[in-house]
Design a protein around this ligand. Sequence first.
Ligand code: SF4
Length: 390
Amino acid sequence: MMSAQTQVLSSPASIYVHIPFCRYICFYCDFNKFFIENQPVDDYIEHLGQEMKRTLPETIPVDTVYVGGGTPTALSTEQLRRVLRDVKERTDSTRPLREFSVEVNPGEADLAKFDMMKEEGVTRLSIGVQTFNDTLLEKIGRGHSAAEAVETVQLARESGFDNISIDLMFGLPEQTMEDWKDTVSRAVHLDIDHVSAYSLKIEEKTMFHNWYRQGKIKPLPEDTEADMYEVLEEALDDAGFHAYEISNFAKPGKESEHNKTYWKNEEYYGFGAGAHGYVNGVRYANLGPLPHYLKAVKAGGDPVKDTHEVSRTENMEEEMFMGLRMKEGVSAQRFYRKFNCSYYDIYPEALQELTEDGLLYDSGSALQLTEKGRLLGNEVFARFLLDEEG
Ligand code: SF4
């Protein structure tokens, strides 16, 4: 079977690179990741470079690169430098990247590591803070303190980064509204440019899932989570961050260009163990377990585990679900360019009803959720499901 990666017809302009190593394993995490001790890290880096080179033997024009995980900063400075260089080598050097992001965990990057990232052209950092409450950090299995998170932001600034994002989590077991307000207040007083905030989802195959089944932890009620979201939104708005996506808030000009690729339903390469990609209409997932991934690349083959050809119908659904998450909404022009028809041709009733119910708004050039629509997001998204024949 030819894979998504070997059938390349035209190149996406975004690249995701997965570093599946962590210095600790958080209790809620279902990502493809491994405790770094005794792992074949150098071997992985070598073969990650080979996977990229094999898929992209010629350089391509790229707009955005995102190195995530796992934890890229679990690598040593020189190991991470090698990854950054390998990915840059696949990109056309005559065209500067619009955004080159790396995920960072608090306490895992000193000034030398930040300086190296700066030298290698990284433009944006995404720091996994989650909460400023040390007791909660411990309860969710994070291996750092709130003070280390603050220090990491300061070091990143000192190194000259002018685009710093932090991740926060709410709806954590035993998290009170007071805890959350304190975290939000400490976040807005930090010198940062962007916040991503997600509520806890208890995913299968995590410690939290086991504890949930045993009745040892209880998720917060949905109403409390909704109140927490409102507290966040209001505080960030007052501090000059705009909600350009349901869970993402940015100071002017600091929106995540790479993540917009996903919300605009555009294609991207995914490299590394367990990485996902979307190329030429095919979504694919790489093999997750390291031995399987390494064996496939070493054999000169393809580390892809699953491929899924996205039908026109699915593509339209995704265009609506993902696009409506953004404040700018679903562009009429982009929809027409992709599908050669208007969204009104496909969703005449849903669009009329959602507009009448005050959940959706047509700006003339795009469909956007109203405030009420954002609070009822999932209900709105469900209206865009189609029968397979479209
Ligand atoms: S949340 Fe991040 S640091 Fe924690 S285990 Fe998952 S990938 Fe590793």
